[in-house]
Design a protein around this ligand. Structure first.
Ligand SMILES: CC(C)(COP(=O)(O)OP(=O)(O)OC[C@H]1O[C@@H](n2cnc3c(N)ncnc32)[C@H](O)[C@@H]1OP(=O)(O)O)[C@@H](O)C(=O)NCCC(=O)NCCS
Length: 406
């Protein structure tokens, strides 16, 4: 519990909810502030929200202004290879805005996440608010758009299309995990994530093979004369034509002229779609949308070691020796590679590179090319150190699937 003391009495108390009454008032505030349908919001928080994998009572956090709940938020914890604590439902009651309630609540929650050994934080936020807490935009939105009329695909081959059901979760989960390994920042899902969000997954369609096994799935959503597909997955590329055909048939049934597939361009199905007349959009927002911040920089760098070592193994540095020092607002970290093994220690040595934490986050997630960040710096880096940084910070396409966003 943190207290900001006023002249006579503690005026602002920041803490986790402790009583049923505090939880009820926090839910009431968040539902009022965030939901068009208040009762639906309340119901979600009390059921699916409370049952989200690893959700704990202390993940609802409040700001009490002179004893009254004036601000609230919910933490969502997940793994994105790193331990991530996400912010959601951030709310200040209308009467108490612009007096620093949200700021104090966010700072206090970041300190809580640090105490709990989280590495990074993530959120999907309003414009120009979260950068002041160190959050950097790292997650773009991608859409591949096809005109239904352009697709001449023939029949659906050997697959049958039917509505998905909870019994398909294990198969869908397996398909998702198979193809998701390369998607940077993607939330590592368990079956419980799908069970918890089944209400949103309910429209899912599955393609089954001759033995009745699930070979592919897609999650459609009709919006006006367009059909959105918020996720696709298939056991192999052989299913792609049938998967696209199934989407096309459903779009025709609903008189949708276009299909908008939401997935990163690196996804195998997005690459398949480039065989057709299509448009591939990347929507970049600055200081809004999917943003990330370090909660504990040292621990984050430490946790990157296995991934960096595997990058190194495939590079010219597999057996060499190289060292760099990353100098940030949180201090300096020395990264040494020797014969394929990497060690991270606090402190400075040679090859110093000064970076803001925002720049480092952009490099770590692969949102920017490391080269582009390095080029903007005056620095004393050897050729080897520079090549090393380009090896361990490859360009990637960080992405969180729409149904995993919180
Ligand atoms: C956004 C919200 C939580 C801000 O709460 P608040 O308690 O009034 O914010 P604070 O007083 O702590 O403001 C902190 C800083 O953010 C700025 N700020 C406040 N509201 C802002 C907004 N809507 N957009 C951008 N900046 C904002 C303040 O000017 C202040 O700036 P400073 O650092 O220059 O002093 C509140 O307006 C709210 O509940 N909005 C509706 C729900 C919402 O949009 N939540 C965010 C979901 S991602």
């Amino acid at each position: 519990m943190t207290t900001r003391t006023g002249q006579h009495a503690p005026e602002l108390v920041l803490k986790a909810v402790e009583s049923k009454d505090e939880l009820r008032v926090a839910h009431d505030l968040m539902a009022k502030v965030h939901c068009k349908d208040y009762f639906e919001g309340l119901r979600w928080m009390e059921t699916a929200g409370a049952g989200y994998p690893n959700f704990r009572p202390e993940h609802t956090r409040i700001a009490l202004w002179k004893g009254e709940v004036a601000g609230a938020l919910r933490i969502t914890t997940d793994t994105i290879r790193l331990k991530m604590g996400g912010f959601g439902w951030i709310s200040t009651s209308g009467r108490h805005r612009h007096k620093g309630i949200a700021r104090e609540l966010i700072v206090d929650t970041l300190a809580y996440l640090q105490r709990q050994n989280y590495h990074v934080s993530m959120l999907f936020g309003i414009p120009n608010f979260y950068h002041r807490f160190g959050f950097a935009t790292t997650l773009a939105d991608y859409v591949s758009v096809l005109q239904v009329i352009d697709l001449a695909l023939g029949s659906n081959g050997d697959y049958r299309v039917r509505a998905g059901k909870p019994g398909d979760i294990a198969a869908m989960q397996k398909i998702h995990n198979q193809s998701d390994g390369d998607v940077a920042c993607s939330i590592v899902r368990s079956g419980a994530h799908l069970t918890n969000r089944w209400e949103q997954w309910r429209p899912v369609q599955v393609l089954t093979d001759a033995k009745g096994k699930v070979a592919a799935y897609y999650l459609p959503r009709i919006d006006g004369n367009e059909m959105y597909v918020d996720e696709v997955g298939a056991v192999s590329r052989r299913c792609f034509r049938s998967l696209l055909h199934a989407c096309q048939q459903q779009a025709i049934e609903h008189h949708a002229a276009r299909i908008r597939f939401r997935m990163p361009p690196t996804h195998a199905f997005a690459r398949y779609l480039t065989r057709f007349r299509s448009a591939h959009e990347t929507r970049i927002c600055v200081n809004e949308g999917g943003m990330m911040a370090f909660v504990n920089l040292g621990e984050t760098l430490e946790s990157m070691v296995p991934e960096w070592e595997s990058c190194l193994a495939q590079s010219a540095f597999a057996r060499g020796r190289v060292e760099v020092t990353l100098v940030t607002e949180d201090g300096a970290y020395r990264i040494r590679a020797h014969r394929g093994a990497i060690a991270v220690t606090p402190g400075a040595a040679t090859n110093k590179l000064s970076l803001t934490k925002v720049e480092l986050m952009h490099m770590l997630t692969g949102y920017y090319h490391a080269e582009d960040v390095l080029d903007s710096k005056r620095r004393m880096l050897s050729e080897d150190a520079r090549a090393f940084l380009n090896t361990v910070f490859p360009k990637r396409t960080p992405f969180v699937w729409p149904l995993d966003q919180f």
